[in-house]
Every structure is written in C-alpha cells, then in structure tokens.
Design a protein. Structure first.
Length: 174
C-alpha cells in the first residue's frame, strides 16, 4: 500500500471501527463462534490488512462495547440495526485528519454466515477530501479458523506486523 494512501485507509478503517457504536447495541446482534478468527480489512482496489484474534463470548461482546466507548465523542449521528440477517450501520463522525478534522459519513452492511464467517461492504465519504479522495469503498471479512492456538488467551490479537496485543488489556475487556 502506498504511503500516500495509508492515512486514507487508516481513517476509513477507524470510521468503521468507531461506528461500531455510539448507541446501545441491538440485543439481536450476531455473535461469533469462540476460537481463532482471521479478519481482513481493505479498501477497494487496494491492499488488505490481515489480523487474527482469539475470541470467546465475553471478548466478542467487549469488542463491541469498546467500539461504543471509543466512538461516543466522535460521532454526531449513528444508527445500528439488524435487518434481514444483516447488520446495517450508518454514521457521521468527525475524526482528526492530516490537515485537520474530517467529517466522515459512512454506510456499511455486514452479512453473517452462521457464527463462523462474515462479510462487510461499506462506503465512506470524506469532507474535506483526504489525500485527494472524497470517497472510498471499504471491505472487511472474518472467518473462524479453529480453536485458539496453544498459549493464546481470549482477546489476543496478532497484528499485521507480527505484534500481539490483548484487547482485554485495552480497557474494554473482562
């Protein structure tokens, strides 16, 4: 991924992560199967980033709650709903950008295949444009790959650079 596109990519992913909730989470939000998950995120036409995370039921819920806490002050509007097997999210968030605050308007749809995979497609608009782009399509997916590896504990996240962090140690966990 080019150095010029990285800030745009990071802002798009942050928008989708942050939009995971400045509202109460729906009671019927799909749950992911406990174990090791491989998750990919990327912009259309660009390179994707892959990470792995060890989940249990409490950590899955904590990830949603952490997103809600982090986005509370960034999003002026947010709607999250579960309709027809899809999680629909719409948000308007203000985030720091390379040239000052950027208003990002986003829409995404996440479709689950049972509790073992999902696919998210979304569209983000930037005002003002970031790195010459005023819009971007963002995609993510996740799939259950099996039990967590020996020595892993729920919340362990293997980042693209090989670093491991535990999301439960970031203030959102059990």
């Amino acid at each position: 991924m080019s150095v010029r596109i990285r800030p745009l990519f990071a802002l798009s992913l942050l928008c989708f992560a942050a939009s995971a909730a400045a509202v109460d989470l729906p009671a019927n939000l799909p749950k992911r199967k406990a174990g090791l998950w491989e998750m990919q995120m990327g912009m259309a036409g660009g390179q994707s980033q892959t990470m792995k995370v060890c989940l249990d039921e409490a950590t899955d819920k904590a990830m949603y709650q952490m997103g809600a806490q982090m986005s509370g002050s960034m999003c002026s509007k947010f709607a999250l709903d579960v309709k027809g097997g899809a999680v629909i999210a719409d948000g308007v968030c203000s985030l720091p950008g390379p040239q000052g605050n950027v208003t990002m308007t986003s829409h995404s749809e996440t479709r689950f295949q049972g509790d073992s995979s999902y696919q998210t497609t979304g569209h983000v608009k930037y005002d003002p444009a970031v790195m010459g782009r005023s819009e971007a399509d963002v995609n993510s997916s996740g799939r259950w790959v099996g039990p967590c590896a020996k020595g892993q504990k729920p919340g362990d996240m293997l980042l693209p650079g090989g670093q491991t962090v535990n999301i439960n140690d970031m203030g959102g966990g059990k």
